[in-house]
Every structure is written in structure tokens, then in C-alpha cells.
Design a binder for this molecule. Structure first.
Ligand SMILES: Nc1ncnc2c1ncn2[C@@H]1O[C@H](COP(=O)(O)OP(=O)(O)OP(=O)(O)O)[C@@H](O)[C@H]1O
Ligand SMILES: [Mg+2]
Length: 271
């Protein structure tokens, strides 16, 4: 860890298909990086706010990402560092997070008629000192090809794409590429695809074949699949209800696998 560099890396975990493991991956990679001594802030960018639920957030009347984004779009008022800090909560596992509410979905409606409508989140997260003490700000993306999703990609330095190794789903990784390329061309040329993570890997022949295909075929080179993959296991599905990640659970296989993903991410960042 470079202690001198306190500008956080913004990592988006995103994929345009629903249910691929975005929220689980963003959360668990964040928890694993926290265990490695990095200071992490997770941000729930999906109006379905599954990450907020998983982290045990309950609406306490305090501001959330929804307020920051809608104020910027509707009123043209970008939040100062104090307003952003007011939205940050602490989780018992040691990382911080910013929740959102269902109303964040309104951003997609309002953004449609705005100029420069991909870069609101980028300005909120990057033109501030509010994250100066963090090493990683991790964005839990939302499904679909929509403006909020593009805002997530435009705000990030790095992108990890979770993909289920099923015939119907794995094409979603390639379908994500035109969306990523368009954002790179228009608003974020430095966005780096770190790689794809195979989630809910059930060790069938199809899953193994897809992992091999992703790793070996030139056609999928841009997706840079991680060596480690994540098994389909009940404990991952139970974690949101317990509000504690598998990374904190002793002998958790999912926890260990996400630790391997976090290590591989660090290696890919700093070879
Ligand atoms: N490795 C796993 N094994 C079993 N279940 C999993 C695993 N990873 C995630 N799940 C479960 O699968 C469902 C989808 O996962 P998750 O919410 O992480 O996906 P998502 O891509 O964020 O979905 P959405 O597009 O709805 O935001 C959730 O119920 C989650 O708990
Ligand atoms: Mg999700």
C-alpha cells in the first residue's frame, strides 16, 4: 500500500445483466480489501439498494447518495465535502458506505434531458476531498443500459465485471463492452477493465468450458477473466440477511474466494 498516495482508486463492479453477482462482489471485495488494511468506502449506486440492505442500513432520515445526485441534477448544486461526509456510514466490519434509496431511479428520468448527462456522479465523487482518506471507493453498479449505469462507469478508474458461467449469461460480459467503450470514448478514457469474475460457479462442464473459453479465446481478451472464481454456495445468498460478509466468517469458502479475487485485483493493479 502506498501511504503517500491518498487519492482513492474508484472501482466499479458492474455488468448490464441483472443478478450476476455485482452487489455480492462489490461488498465482498470491499470487505477483503478492508481486511488487508485498506480504507474502503462502498457506494450503493443501484436504486434497488440491495447493498444498503445487505449492510444493514435502515432509513434514519440522514442524507444518502440519492440526495447528492438529485441535488446536483435538479438544482445544479454539487455537494461540498461536508455534505458528502454526512452521507457516509460505518459498518462493523471496518469499511464505510454510502446507501441510496429507490428514489435514485428518478436520476435516470431527469438525466435524460440534461447535457453532459454521464458525468454527474464523476463530478460528485472526484471533485471533492471527502474521499481523501480512502484507498478504495467501490461502486455497486446497476443492471441495464441506462444513464445511471453510464454515470457509474464514467466515475470509475477500474471496472470489474461479474459474470455467471451460464451460456445465456456469459454473453452479457461481451454485451457490456460496447457500453464501456462508448463511455471510454465520450467521458472517461482512463477507465480500465481490470477483468471479469465468474460468479456462482457450479463446477459443471459448461461452467468450466466457459472459464477456459474466456481465458484462452482472443475474442474475449478484453474481459481478462480472473484466475479465481466464486462458487455457487448457500452462504453467499444468506449473507445479506445477516448483514455480515462471508469474508468475516471463519472458514467460509466464499470469503476465501473473494479474498483471492481481492489479492488478484491488487496484483493486477500493482504488478
Ligand atoms: N456465489 C453465490 N452463491 C449463491 N448465491 C449467490 C452468490 N452470489 C450471489 N448470490 C445471490 O444471487 C443473487 C444475485 O446476486 P447479487 O445481488 O450479488 O447480483 P446483482 O448482479 O447485484 O443483482 P442485481 O442486478 O439485481 O443488482 C442474490 O440473491 C445473492 O445473494
Ligand atoms: Mg445488485
Amino acid at each position: 500500500m502506498n501511504e503517500q498516495n491518498h487519492v482513492p482508486t474508484i472501482l466499479a463492479v458492474s455488468c448490464q445483466k441483472g443478478g450476476e453477482g455485482k452487489t455480492t462482489s462489490a461488498w465482498h471485495i470491499g470487505a477483503a480489501l478492508t481486511q488487508r488494511g485498506y480504507k474502503v468506502c462502498l457506494i450503493d449506486c443501484d436504486p434497488d439498494h440491495h447493498l444498503s440492505f445487505a449492510l444493514g442500513w435502515q432509513d434514519d432520515g440522514r442524507t444518502t447518495l440519492t440526495n447528492l445526485v438529485l441535488m446536483a441534477i435538479v438544482m445544479g448544486q454539487f455537494p461540498d465535502a461536508a455534505a458528502i461526509s454526512d452521507t457516509i456510514r460505518r459498518h462493523d466490519e471496518g469499511y464505510d458506505y454510502i446507501p441510496c434509496t429507490k428514489k435514485l431511479a428518478d436520476a435516470n428520468l431527469f438525466l435524460a434531458s440534461m447535457p453532459n448527462n454521464e458525468t454527474y456522479l464523476r463530478h460528485i465523487l472526484r471533485d471533492t476531498t471527502a474521499f481523501a482518506d480512502y484507498h478504495y471507493v467501490i461502486l455497486d453498479g446497476l443492471p441495464g443500459d441506462n444513464l445511471l449505469q453510464k454515470n457509474v462507469l464514467a466515475a470509475a478508474d477500474d471496472l470489474i465485471i461479474p459474470i455467471q458461467p451460464k451460456i445465456m449469461d456469459f454473453s452479457s460480459g461481451t454485451e457490456m463492452m460496447p457500453i464501456v467503450r462508448a463511455v471510454q470514448e465520450r467521458s472517461n478514457p482512463n477507465l480500465r477493465i481490470v477483468g471479469s469474475v465468474l460468479t456462482m460457479f457450479d463446477n459443471t462442464t459448461t461452467a468450466r468450458d466457459i472459464h477456459t473459453l474466456l481465458k484462452e479465446s482472443e475474442d474475449f481478451a478484453a474481459l481478462h477473466p480472473f484466475d479465481a472464481s466464486i462458487s455457487r454456495l448457500k452462504e453467499a445468498g444468506e449473507a445479506p440477511g445477516l448483514h455480515v460478509s462471508c469474508v468475516s466468517r471463519e472458514k467460509s469458502k466464499i470469503g476465501q474466494q473473494y479474498q483471492a479475487i481481492a489479492d488478484e485485483y491488487l496484483t493486477r493493479k500493482e504488478p
